[in-house]
Write a protein that binds this ligand. Structure first.
Ligand SMILES: NC(=O)c1ccc[n+]([C@@H]2O[C@H](COP(=O)([O-])OP(=O)(O)OC[C@H]3O[C@@H](n4cnc5c(N)ncnc54)[C@H](O)[C@@H]3O)[C@@H](O)[C@H]2O)c1
Length: 294
């Protein structure tokens, strides 16, 4: 007979011992091991969704009929409105726009409260907002810059993860973080940004482990160079961008990654197609990192 999701969620499990949990024979796991999300009824909150990968991700979820909370800095209200318009045209039944500076805890509280007040639930959190500084310690490092990068790239994702936990627990939802190939790869003058993405690797793995028992997954997308969004283009000198393009052109897929390819990966990780994927950091760089170790 066909095995249903119901069967899988109540199937007797053998003893599995690991550092996290011991499941007993004949005792079903407390949490659902699978969840079936109706893509058209999902509520998805995406930070940094006024531009770049975040905006593309919102438009992708909209095509599946998901309701969305999109958010950007107060200075990005016009861009947010434009993204909201496209999302509605793409099929999203409801798009909530919230202006929030993720360096401020009260703005993040507002963001989550507005999402729950409007939709009553949260199914997916995409921690996408990020900033970059470029320079070595002597030239560029300042305490203020460090604080800025860590506030947006690290403190915001961990705080939003904390706020999202009770809501994702109810929906058996999931989190997708934006990490980067520089989390464990040396690139000159990426010191602070690289450190922040290394922290996201740890956050992703520890969230996946800690939230497993409440049935919530957490993964990360790790793009290589996406030289069509603001984050690198605004801070990297033109000759460095050119160098990256030439470098990527000689590596496996022979080009840089596009923002829509990253959005597709985020959509996949958040979907039921990835039900058994958690704690993973998926590199999306056309094989460039592979070519460095081959
Ligand atoms: N572009 C790349 O090559 C690349 C590579 C690896 C990882 N990433 C990651 O992808 C994510 C998205 O970046 P992108 O390439 O789309 O660039 P982007 O600059 O278009 O997007 C980043 C967004 O974050 C928002 N943001 C910054 N500070 C904020 C704050 N204080 N409050 C609220 N929002 C804030 C920005 O306004 C912007 O809309 C980032 O986390 C980035 O680190 C990008």
């Amino acid at each position: 007979a066909e095995i249903t999701l119901e069967d899988l969620n109540t199937t007797k499990t053998p003893v599995i011992e690991n550092q996290f949990k011991t499941y007993e024979i004949n005792k079903p796991p407390k949490h659902k091991i699978l969840c079936k999300m109706d893509a058209t009824k999902r509520v998805v909150l995406i930070t940094g969704s006024a531009t770049g990968i975040g905006a593309g991700t919102a438009k992708g979820f909209a095509k599946e009929g998901a309701s969305l909370c999109i958010t950007g800095l107060p200075s990005q209200k016009d861009e947010l409105a434009e993204v909201a318009k496209v999302c509605k045209e793409n099929g999203s039944p409801h798009v909530l726009e919230v202006a929030a500076d993720l360096r401020k805890q009260e703005d993040m509280d507002l963001l989550m409260n507005e999402t729950i007040k409007t939709f009553g639930q949260l199914d997916v959190l995409v921690n996408n907002a990020g900033i970059q500084v470029y320079g070595d310690i002597e030239q560029q490092y300042t305490s203020e810059e460090f604080d800025n990068v860590f506030s947006v790239n690290v403190k915001a994702p961990i705080y939003l993860t904390k706020l999202a936990k009770p809501h994702l627990s109810k929906t058996k939802g999931n989190i997708v973080n934006l990490c980067s190939v520089v989390r464990n790869w040396y690139l000159p003058k990426f010191i602070v940004y690289g450190m922040s993405k290394a922290a996201i690797e740890y956050l992703t793995k520890t969230t996946a482990a800690d939230f497993a028992e409440i049935g919530v997954r957490c993964n990360a997308a790790c793009p290589g160079m996406v030289l069509e969004t603001d984050i690198l283009v605004n801070v990297l000198p033109e000759e460095v961008q050119q160098q990256f393009r030439e470098d990527c052109s000689t590596k496996l897929r022979g080009r840089t990654t596009t923002k829509s390819e990253v959005s597709d990966l985020i959509g996949f990780l958040a979907s039921d197609k990835a039900t058994m994927i958690t704690g993973e950091l998926i590199t999306i760089d056309g094989g460039k990192m592979l070519s460095l170790t081959a």
